[in-house]
Ligand binder design. Sequence first.
Ligand code: PLP
Length: 433
Amino acid sequence: MEESKDPLAVRDLLIDELLLDGNAKQNLTTFCQTNLDSNIHFLMDKCLDKNMIDKDEYPQTAEIENRCVHILADLWNSPESETTLGCSTTGSSEAAMLGGLALKWKWREKRIKEGKSTDKPNIITGPVQICWHKFARYFDVEIREIPMEYGRLLMNAEEVLKRVDENTIGVVPTLGVTFTLQFEDVKAISDALYKLQKDTGLDIPIHVDGASGGFLAPFIHKEVVWDFQLPRVKSINTSGHKFGLSPLGVGWVVWRTKEDLPEGLIFNVNYLGGNMPTFALNFSRPGGQIICQYYNFIRLGREGYTRVQQACLDHGIYIAEEIEKMGLFDILYDGKSGVPGAAWMLKKGVDPGFDLYDLSDRMRSRGWQIASYTLPNNCEDMVIQRVLIRHGFSHDMAELMLEDLKRCIDYLKKHQMVKKGPSTDEQPQSFHH
Ligand SMILES: *Cc1c(COP(=O)(O)O)cnc(C)c1O
């Protein structure tokens, strides 16, 4: 580190070292976008020096961010899509924090008005992504996470009603649960909360974690009612860098109407003589991802997004069908009604002489990254394997992957791998991508 070096030599050394990272296109574990066209590379390069938080210096980036917010508000059927508020974030995690904070502030305002205590807020979720645990811990809210049970891997209305009380700041269903890729039933939960309000007066809002689903449901699951069409849904987050098809580093949160975002959370920044409301945990952040999100909206349109997502969905369904035909596995998620992908487990009572961790490990020898993990409480003894299908994964790649899977199974059978036994500290506990 003392002396300077030849930049090309350093660059090439780094490129060589990074060969040890997996190949992103064969990574069937991540939800994040890995297929980015040359125009996106071009735009990212042009925007490399733009700091999106400097609304004064980069007013047009701010304008484009704002357009994206209103496109999403419209896509999600906000009754006031032209005037409502929302913002870009670094991803769904920051967006979830902002959504959660708005719920907490709204609840507190109401409690103070009623002269009631505000020291025990709680939030109700199904089996959620880790960002909601972070929200709860960082912002001092009790999380009442509905655990999975055999035969019920998602939140349902009955379980929500068992946990709500006057201190519930909101209920958070997930559209595209991390572990199983399925959608939780927002409409059923909303209906149950209506009935609760009629019976008890408790008025509990909903925030939807649409990290994946926010960019899927409007295009390929149009029959699902989950968004601002339900008046109880007050805010939605999504990841632009997942099925929004934008490069890593962008998420979005949008409120139903501007009244649903408490004013106290907004910082007003003067810019170009106007007033720019901002709400964020971060400060400096690159603007390129936002520009690329807008590029995708304009370049693809509804038609393009639908085509891309439908192709992914079809490949996931195909993989689930082929996996089922192998006879070794029970399908946990058939790829049809949620996020593009599939999930399966070893058939009960079948002992092929290896486990799913061995199979994931063996697939790695052909470059494939396929997650195996245990489900969270109360199904920790269920080990599942899951693939996610993203833009850029072709039918041909699906065939190649399935061939390799069969080859790896044959290999493991032939070599009679002995089960490693319950060395639980070596196995991944659970999985949170
Ligand atoms: C990925 C994901 C998150 C976190 O999103 P980031 O964009 O990675 O911050 C939150 N919730 C769900 C359901 C997710 O799938």
